[in-house]
Design a protein around this ligand. Structure first.
Ligand code: HEM
Length: 457
């Protein structure tokens, strides 16, 4: 323990602080509505004012509020504003892909679904899910060991989390092949990544969107595939749940949910859980390549717990440094870098007045790098999350309150198992290829390839 009570990891703090991980380019000057629409569809980070990293509250144009004050964040997400609906534009953007599932539904419909699905994500199911994640992790480690050379971290993440989804949600079907699912999911993700400018501008939903012309075929096919998978598994009548889909079907049988809502939720979990975890994995590997000293310490931690056998849920409970690394990764690169609510009623918090209908923006990227809240916010310091508690509302990669991410523990388990499986036998290092800035469309992802060296030990 260092004299100031903080853990220090690896080399001297100064040596590590000399490297600043890549940052987003936020808007340096106020942006008009047309410019907003032009940039937002390409990269939403470009329209978030840079002041949001220097002050904790900013009044935007029209009825927009940018909120980075932890107390206001908490009051809006957990306190008086907790029932405010998701922003209408979120629904316009992803509604056609995920329907009225858990992410987008409101009121009684949302409550019933949250009650139904919460037990699926409970801690008791995580060891079973971890087994599937470990299988993917071992395969990834083997293929990296064989490849012996340059890798694109931005591609490794999506490949691994897509395999995990196929394993825990679509596995074991005879009628629908794994290849069909893989191709279907890829096209489906291409479709939802195309955020429509009109959606962001809040124009009427009957105006044509660019993505309509790209055809809704991927969504229709994916819904059809999901329905097939559910029906087929339902007919199997498995005595015990072996994966996530079994758990969903048990909920369907016990609670008489209609099958279309189950399809909505299967796709909701696929959408919410694939790209988010994939990006975190990519950024996490990049940060460790940038900080070889921390990488070596984490590797020692993993190997002292489990040198060879598949990583289990119990194993990752004994890896505090790896957990701190995942949290620091999600602070610097929160996959959900921005989310929003529409004020459902008039409310005053800390002297700031929110009118009914106002747009409440939570620019998580800026909150997590705000100079008023964090020491050296742009530097990678996993020890921030070792033995210290961050004030509520200051670190919200998974949101907070009743609509907090239902998959938060699933995601942390997935990320830790994948990282542990790979890091204990592969060393990542930087190359001369520049690292792209983050880009935010549906989630915040690397704006291009992150080329690293991967060397087996
Ligand atoms: C690193 C990975 C992940 C991140 C950063 C993340 C982030 C978030 C955030 C910030 C929210 C709240 C949004 C809001 O309040 O408007 C959310 C909600 C949600 N997430 Fe995640 N998520 C991740 C992984 C997952 C996974 C793996 C699943 C499922 C398998 C999932 C399913 C959901 C669902 C269903 C909701 C909506 C919950 C509700 O409204 O009741 N997420 N996520």
């Amino acid at each position: 323990m260092a004299p100031d009570g903080l853990h220090r990891v690896g080399k001297t703090q100064e040596a590590r602080d000399s490297v600043t991980p890549v940052q987003a380019k936020l808007a340096e000057k106020p942006i008009g509505l047309l410019e907003f629409a032009r940039h937002a569809g390409r990269n939403m980070l470009e329209v978030i004012p840079i002041e949001t990293t220097r002050q904790t509250y900013l009044r935007g144009p029209l009825n927009i509020h940018y909120i980075c004050d932890p107390e206001i964040v908490t009051e809006l997400l957990v306190g008086k504003g907790r029932d405010f609906p998701k922003a209408k534009f979120t629904k316009d953007i992803i509604g056609s892909a995920v329907g009225n599932g858990l992410i987008l539904s409101e009121g009684q419909k949302w409550k019933a679904q949250r009650r139904r699905y919460s037990p699926l994500f409970a801690a008791r199911n995580l060891p079973m899910l971890a087994q599937h994640f470990a299988e993917t992790g071992m395969e990834m480690a083997d293929s990296l060991a064989e490849g012996h050379g340059l890798v694109d971290a931005a591609q490794m993440g999506p490949a691994a989390t897509l395999t995990n989804i196929s394993r825990v949600m679509f596995a074991g079907n005879e009628e629908v092949s794994a290849e069909e699912i893989r191709v279907g999911l890829r096209k489906y993700f291409e479709y939802i990544t195309l955020i429509s400018l009109f959606d962001l501008m809040g124009l009427p939903s009957w105006l044509p969107r660019q993505k309509w012309f790209r055809s809704k075929q991927p969504v229709t096919s994916m819904r059809w595939l999901a329905r097939q998978v559910i029906e087929e598994r339902r007919n199997e009548n498995r005595p015990e749940p072996l994966d996530f889909l079994d758990l969903m079907i048990a909920a369907l049988e016990e609670d008489f949910e209609d099958i279309e809502t189950t399809v909505d939720n299967l796709l909701t979990f696929v959408v919410a859980g694939h790209e988010t975890s994939a990006n975190a994995f990519a950024w996490g590997v990049y940060l460790l390549a940038l900080h070889p000293d921390v990488q070596a310490e984490i590797r020692n931690e993993i190997r002292s717990v489990s040198p060879e056998a598949p990583i289990t849920y119990d194993d990752i409970q004994k890896m505090p440094l790896l957990r701190a690394h995942i949290r620091e990764t999600l602070r610097l690169y929160p996959s959900a870098a921005f989310f929003a609510r529409d004020a459902g009623a008039e409310l005053t918090i800390k002297g700031i007045r929110f009118e009914k209908g106002d747009a409440l923006f939570f620019p998580v990227y800026s909150l997590h790098r705000n100079v008023c809240l964090w020491e050296s916010p742009n530097l990678y310091r996993p020890e921030r999350f070792l033995g210290t508690t961050v004030p509520r509302g200051q670190f919200i990669p998974f949101g907070d309150g009743p609509r907090v991410c239902i998959g938060a523990q699933y995601a942390e388990t997935e990320l830790m198992v994948l990282m542990a499986s790979v890091l204990r036998c592969i060393v990542f290092s930087m190359t001369a290829t520049p690292v792209p800035r983050p880009v935010l469309t549906f989630t915040m992802r690397p704006g291009g390839p992150i080329i690293l060296n991967a060397r087996p030990i």
